[in-house]
Design a protein around this ligand. Structure first.
Ligand SMILES: Nc1ncnc2c1ncn2[C@@H]1O[C@H](COP(=O)(O)OP(=O)(O)O)[C@@H](O)[C@H]1O
Ligand SMILES: [Mg+2]
Length: 379
């Protein structure tokens, strides 16, 4: 699939911008702070309903405006779909597909698929577990959009359950029968949605592992060090041995009951997919804390490239976005990355200087300067 047009209204630094895009490689070049990332961030947002730079919506809307709009025409299998999203910080966002409002914003998930590489990806290796969970969940809902509702059901349940536990912990008295009965209702829901999420994450990781290894070897040029990844559940059970949803549901319920007292004391849900992690390893060592800068980059790139291949194997090439990554990489990683991405249906690249982009990725070029995006004459 590919994005044939992008329009932004009151988004980030843009009051209004309209670009017509092509298949193949497109580069956006301009000095730092000119608005390159703002363009591709918007495309990534339409695909995942989240930004790779910020956790909340407010920074996405132009300062002084109350609503930001992202509009893309996406071509998939000769069919054009127009997706529009109105971002309203502090109020509900709204979406339209082919000009008709959709009941829920998350109904747009899956219509545009992207894989985005950015300097922030280093946090996949070096950052908190939340970074890795987000990587997995974003890929999950792109592949299986119906899981977006499981994800939000889980988050809502967790919030309600935490609120209840907190109120009991603040009251500092033993929980009432009524409170415990309500808690049991939330236990059931937590186990129901949580088990679906965990089982789906583990099966996704299973699909990714061999691709990830292959990509790591390719990018690093190092086939001696074996890259590995494993789902680590906060429950302490050996995740790969437990794959089906019902087993997870029972294990979660059981663990919740064992933690009852501690959870009531601390006023917090202590187990569940919101506490899980992916353990990334090189050889016998965990990557976090041990991998060098270059190795960490190879892992991050391997995870993204594996995601791309996985989405491609589902039948449709996602749009590849490379936001300012070439500047981060040494020459050999640059070349190898270029080789891998050049076959994608559409590749969108941002860079401060042309020179950072390998020659094999020459394509349509836009220059971005103080918020104006200009198509350069191609020679
Ligand atoms: N919500 C916003 N309102 C207005 N300007 C913004 C907003 N968010 C970011 N900017 C501006 O956008 C610019 C950064 O754009 P960006 O696309 O990240 O640059 P780059 O070309 O380096 O990728 C900065 O000048 C920043 O002040
Ligand atoms: Mg940038």
């Amino acid at each position: 699939m590919w994005v044939q047009s992008l329009s932004l209204t009151d988004l980030r630094s843009y009051m209004q911008v309209d670009c017509t895009l092509q298949r193949g490689v497109t580069t956006f070049v301009g000095r730092n702070g000119q608005g390159k990332t703002n363009l591709v961030e918007a495309i990534g947002y339409l695909a995942t309903l989240g930004s790779h730079r910020v956790a909340t919506d407010a920074p996405l809307v132009r300062t002084g405006a109350t609503q930001g709009i992202i509009r893309c025409e996406v071509v998939n299998d000769e069919r054009v779909i127009m997706i529009e999203l109105a971002i309203n910080p502090g109020a509900a966002n709204k979406a339209r597909v082919n000009r008709s409002p959709v009941p829920k914003v998350r109904d747009v998930l899956g219509l545009l698929r992207t894989v985005l590489f950015a300097p922030e990806d280093l946090a996949l290796v070096k950052g908190d577990p939340s970074e890795r969970r987000r990587f997995l969940d974003d890929l999950l809902v792109q592949r299986t959009p119906r899981l977006a509702s499981t994800r939000s059901d889980y988050e809502r349940t967790l919030k309600q359950r935490n609120a209840l536990l907190k109120s009991s912990s603040i009251a500092r008295r033993s929980a009432s029968t009524e409170m415990l009965r309500t808690l049991e209702v939330w236990d059931e829901k937590l186990a129901e949605f949580g088990s679906e999420l965990v089982a789906a994450r583990i099966s996704l990781l299973d699909d990714l592992i061999n691709l990830g290894r292959e990509k790591y070897t390719f990018i690093s040029g190092d086939d001696e060090t074996l890259f590995g990844m494993k789902y680590v559940s906060a429950l302490g059970v050996d995740s790969p041995l437990l794959t089906d949803r019902e087993s997870w549901r029972l294990v979660i319920l059981d663990a919740i009951h064992n933690k009852r007292k501690e959870e009531l004391d601390r006023g917090l849900t202590l187990i569940g997919p919101h506490r899980d992690d992916i353990l990334l390893t090189l050889g016998q060592m965990p990557a976090k804390g041990y991998a060098s800068h270059g190795e960490s980059w190879s892992i991050a790139l391997a995870l993204r490239l594996a995601s791309f291949d996985l989405l491609r194997s589902d039948g449709v090439d996602p749009v590849l976005i490379l936001d300012d990554v070439f500047a981060e990489l040494d020459v050999s990683r640059r070349q190898r990355l270029a080789e891998q991405v050049s076959t994608a249906t559409q590749v969108l690249i941002t860079a401060a200087v042309d020179m950072d982009i390998p020659e094999s990725l020459n394509g349509v070029k836009f220059s971005v300067n103080s918020g104006t995006v200009t198509l350069q004459e191609t020679s």
